[in-house]
Design a protein. Sequence first.
Length: 93
Amino acid sequence: MGMYKIDISLKAKKHLEAHKKSGNKVVMERIDRIMKELMLHPETGIGNPKKLKHEYSGFWSREIDKKNRMRYQILEKKVIVQVVSAMGHYDDK
């Protein structure tokens, strides 16, 4: 099994930047660990990986902390994990 390339959307980059600015080391370490796992096995690991349904069908989500989720898409043919957001919860409207 190969390594997945991580592609981070502009929105997710802004979210990650905001997490960094907050200075929360626990959150940053968790994000780092999730990113490493996404490269190797995007469907398993920490953060309770969940395949999303309905309007987010085709996307996956993992818990960063109680308040925030990382949402991503696995593009198997290209071996890319595309991170689309890293802040808030996908249920937030």
